[in-house]
Write a protein that binds this ligand. Structure first.
Ligand code: PLP
Length: 292
């Protein structure tokens, strides 16, 4: 089945979907995005994703191109038209098309909207979770506002490539003070030897992950102890467990940091239990892609 993309008001074949050469997303990375999980034909945590999208847009003073209900309709329609039962829906909004000049165009152009959806094999994610992931650490070289989910991801691209070349899955950005900020596309967590789950406080230095919020909900349900604070690379290497979270990979145990095994070097029980519990606490939309 051929893929379909939504581009500025039209559903078009994915292979011929195009944006303008002077789209400010293309020229300046002047745009924001969201990635939302699709699970069993339903959108997961759509409210949190759209809340974060609204915040990213308003921080960059880009007007919402359509109301929330309309955008949700487009997201669901794109998922359904691509027959995605398990996978991701991607939304990107740029400031729009204007003659190239750095300041905001005046008058403001109509923001450009692209929505795509793709299927992922849930068995591949499960296999990765059971094997665990290696991470490397890398100095923070991003701008000062990674809390805005902007499409300016070049440092993340470089960090991911560095991880891949080192045989690792993820790279953790490390602050000059030695503390872990987050992964290139995930939030970072550790479990201490007394069973406390630790993740960095969601300030302006990291993205406030939607999966991070879901895990915090799951912890509260299970009466597990949470500390939102910075932790060092050394603390992580010596922790009982470590794991990473994102909408595209859910919870993935970390088994090695810069080559050092975490715990016994196998996926930890807390991480695996949180992975299994996540969909019990997340918001689920109605079914948009029924099973065939
Ligand atoms: N941190 C960064 C830098 C990310 O790019 C992402 C996801 O893309 C996350 C954290 C995890 O966020 P979420 O759980 O909302 O996918």
């Amino acid at each position: 089945m051929s893929r379909i993309a939504y581009v500025n008001g039209r559903y078009v074949p994915h292979r011929s979907a195009k944006v303008h050469v002077e789209d400010r997303g293309y020229q300046f990375a002047d745009g924001v995005y969201e990635v939302c999980e699709v699970f069993c034909g339903r959108l997961v945590d759509e409210t949190r994703h759209l809340d974060r999208l609204d915040r990213s847009l308003s921080e960059l003073r880009i007007a919402a191109p359509m109301g929330r209900k309309a955008l949700l309709t487009v997201m669901r329609e794109t998922v359904a038209r691509n027959r995605v039962r398990n996978g991701l829906v991607y939304v990107q909004i740029s400031r729009g098309v204007a003659r190239r000049d750095h300041p905001f165009p005046d008058p403001a152009p109509v923001p450009a909207v692209v929505v795509t959806a793709k299927s992922l094999d849930p068995r591949a994610g499960e296999k990765l979770a059971q094997a665990g992931a290696a991470v490397i650490t890398t100095p923070e070289i991003r701008w000062a506002r990674p809390d805005i989910k902007s499409v300016a991801l070049l440092p993340n691209v470089l960090a991911k490539q560095q991880a891949r070349e080192a045989g690792a899955r993820e790279a953790w950005f490390v602050d000059p003070d030695g503390t872990v900020l987050e992964g290139a596309s995930t939030n970072a967590w550790i479990v201490t030897h007394d069973g406390t789950i630790v993740t960095r406080q969601a300030d302006r230095r990291i993205l406030r992950g939607v999966t991070r919020a879901g895990v915090i909900d799951a912890l509260a349900r299970r009466n597990l102890r949470l500390e939102e604070r910075a932790f060092t690379v050394e603390e992580a290497k010596a922790a009982a467990e470590a794991f990473i979270t994102s909408a595209s990979s859910l919870v993935i145990p970390v088994v090695r940091i810069d080559g050092t095994p975490v715990g016994d070097g196998k996926p930890g029980p807390v991480a695996l239990a949180l992975r299994a519990a996540l969909h019990d606490v997340t918001e689920m939309s109605h079914v948009v892609t029924p099973a065939l």
